[in-house]
Design a protein around this ligand. Sequence first.
Ligand SMILES: *Cc1c(COP(=O)(O)O)cnc(C)c1O
Length: 487
Amino acid sequence: MLGEGGTPLIQAVNLGMMLGCPNIFIKDERQGPTASFKDRQAAVTIAALKEAGITEMVAASTGNVAISYSAYAARAGIKLWAFVTSLVPAVKMREIAIYGSQVVKVTGSYDQAKQVAAEFARQRNLYLDMGARTITSIEAMKTIAFEIAEQLTTLMGSAYNTNGKSHPIWRTPDWYIQSVSGGMGPLGISKGFSELKKMNLVDRIPAIAAIQVEGCAPMVNAWKEHSEIATPVSSPRTHIETLATGDPGRAYTLLFRKVYDSHGIFESVSDEEAFRALHVLAKMEGISAEPAAAVAFAGLFKLIRAGIIKPTDVVVVNCTGHTMPTEPFILGDNWARNVVLPSRMMEETPQEGLLAALSRVAPDRFPHVVLVDDSPDARRLIRRILQSQGNFTIQEAESGKQALKLIKNELPDLIILDLMMPEMDGFAVLDALKSSPDTASIPVIVSTAKELTVEEKEKLKGQIQALLQKGDFLNDEFLEEVNSLIR
Ligand SMILES: *Cc1c(COP(=O)(O)O)cnc(C)c1O
């Protein structure tokens, strides 16, 4: 045991506001001992193998299983032969090796690596890990369902039984969302909720949304054809190697039933959508996940936009892991700014040297934005979106009156204006701005939480540069607007 399981369930308040879906919760499986939810599987499986007297084993992996098994095998005194594809990032291979496992790099697909591993195990008469087909794996993943029901009840209060007897019970989310490769996670979660239901601890099972990457989506392809059998994808085309199971085999057929019965869905997202979601999650919630985990969040965005997930739904997203820092891969070269202190200057006038160096980090003047909204939460959200995407000088006003004073003094480059405010609303602020020559030409973006009437839209015409509906602005669109208006 290395302290696996018992990971926190965290409400994603900022994401919820951005998406107009307030009850989004993140099951933070990054917090396992090797930083992915594979630690649950490894803990139970390796313990069982140890009990059975196994001292040497073989596993094929897209990376994370091998890392996690390696850690647990090290403690149990089991030698692991880890077969990975050559596309697994070098940092992950290094991690496997550090625990003392033998890494075997296979140039080919993950399915081919599995075949080579199986043949190797057969020839040497070694135990071969069967992934989603092992009882211990499914049993281990069940614990995620138990924890979610218990934690959600702590966070949101008890639910009530819908079958007439109204004794308080644990909560089931409306949706469980996970990025999927072999399908072990959702199979386990589904079994966990079924058992809770049998015990009358919950009254239903969540709809399961299984998200794959477009470049390797055999399950999604089969689902869209209403087929219970997946046609293998022989050469996956994705940078997200963790999710490169081309042939899910019987696991799909099992999962198909579970997803269907839960009124859930299989959906796919592109690598690019996953990387974008990764950025949003990190910048809005302070959670840095690996691309494979971000696939689930890209799926969340897609399903909310499509109206499949409703604004009132309670959603749990499994943040499956952050096994290795993958930032260099997605951030490119420009992620940090260097402060080089001129050494002589430092000795003589350390303060000046520092200030001079810092002034090179960023220009003196950033685009100046005034943010007008009576809700502190809405102001925090918009401020966060701006801060996370670039450098702005942001000033806030919480009423129309305060806004006019501030704008007249500061003459900002851009105004972001809420319409619905008590006393002086956004329409009145706009009228005042447009009637004064100083402020008439400052661009205005209106952000509003409510649907506007035809008359209201007519009133805004020609007065503002853009209209943003709160709840449906994801930050890239919003930032494009802002940047185009400031330039
Ligand atoms: C293994 C893994 C997945 C896919 O899990 P399955 O339930 O086996 O399909 C997703 N994300 C990460 C980080 C993983 O390690």
